[in-house]
Design a protein around this ligand. Structure first.
Ligand code: SAM
Ligand code: SF4
Length: 328
């Protein structure tokens, strides 16, 4: 079995890398209108530094890498990083989470560089609401990006939807219908209260709502699309696509099924999305740390993964970074 066992018996085989804290959107739940103070270029890990970390992680059994941000496609020459990482032995899945705005332009190049999967974040199917939620974006561009990704051979494209009460919870059935109509794979995410924008909607409520369309059949392992990780998957009878629920606030599976760690743009390894702990890899790297030394630090981070986060206990405002700096 690949992965590194943590103190609670979870196998950690997945590293999410935030390649930039910059973004071309300003989603209301993620960033203030003016954006966040940017980390200076010299503090951001170079592609060569990211490659060294992934090499060390792969030697320990990490076999899945996801690039995220900020918006990863605003980082210059992202396909070059993908090419570099795709050559590392042991990396079986190399994926990207994007807001989709630039995806049409880059999809083919990303595919040719060795990217295996794409997730697109999309919270509404209504142009005006899209503008409200993202402050800067055009829905048309993202829909074009989804199409462009398919044309480039990314199948399936997964859609991530953060559900906000009173903002987009009226569209849950429209998104769910897309799994039958167009084979979309949707994952509904409970809004984490990094900012006070709206109330989250518990996944159980969404499941009840979606049952109006038909029975939701559990779908734990569907063509390698669903499986490990915190999401719980279902399918409407006959639908080509699946419906996943990521429930950081209401379901213990979010932590008990956790298989990942996160790397920030400035080189800090975070054992838990919602914890304070970070292990610095950048300073050791810039002091010529060997792959062996990086492996020791990665193992230390895995060993310090907590059993669970404390989001439900009123501690969220203690989180020391913005979501756009961690990568979601
Ligand atoms: N810019 C890219 C995007 O939007 O897909 C990648 C980075 S974004 C931080 C990664 C994911 O985190 C997105 O799916 C986004 O919707 C989600 N996210 C951001 N803030 C969140 C919050 N407060 N609660 C739940 N999900 C959040
Ligand atoms: Fe940018 Fe993604 Fe955050 Fe939206 S969720 S502001 S697209 S980083």
């Amino acid at each position: 079995m690949s992965g590194i066992l943590d103190s609670f018996g979870r196998s950690i085989n997945y590293l999410r890398i935030s390649v930039t804290d910059r973004c071309n959107l300003r989603c209301i739940y993620c960033m203030p209108p003016e954006g966040v103070p940017q980390i200076s270029h010299s503090e951001i890990l170079s592609y060569e530094e990211i490659r060294a970390i992934v090499q060390a992680a792969a030697e320990l059994g990490i076999n899945k890498i996801r690039l995220t941000g900020g918006e990863p496609l605003v980082r210059v020459e992202l396909p070059e990083l993908i090419r570099m990482l795709s050559r590392i032995e042991g990396i079986e899945e190399l994926s990207l989470t994007t807001n989709g705005v630039l995806l049409k332009e880059y999809a083919l190049e990303l595919k040719q560089a060795g990217l295996t999967r794409v997730n697109v974040s999309l919270d509404t199917l209504k142009p005006d609401k899209f503008r409200y939620v993202t402050r800067l974006g055009k829905l048309e561009a993202v829909l074009g990006g989804i199409e462009g990704a398919r044309e480039a051979g990314f199948e399936p494209v997964k859609i991530n939807t953060v559900v906000m009460r009173g903002i987009n919870d009226d569209e849950v059935l429209d998104f769910a219908r897309m799994t039958s109509k167009d084979g979309w794979h949707i994952r509904f995410i409970e809004l984490m209260p990094f900012k006070d924008v709206a109330e989250f909607v518990p996944s159980i409520e969404l499941r009840k709502q979606i049952s109006l369309l038909g029975k939701l059949e559990p779908c734990p392992d569907f063509r390698g699309i669903t499986g490990n990780g915190p999401a719980m998957y279902y399918r409407l009878a006959g639908a080509r696509g699946t419906i996943g629920f990521i429930s950081p606030l209401t379901e213990t599976a979010f932590c008990s099924r956790c298989n990942r760690m996160r790397l920030t743009p400035d080189g800090k390894l975070r054992p838990c999305l919602l914890g304070e702990d970070e292990i610095d890899l950048k300073v050791p790297l810039r002091n010529n740390a060997s792959i062996g030394e990086l492996k020791r630090l990665i193992l230390k981070a895995v060993a310090s993964k907590p059993a669970r986060h404390h989001l439900g206990e009123g501690n969220i405002r203690l989180v020391n970074r913005k979501m756009s700096q961690i990568g979601g």
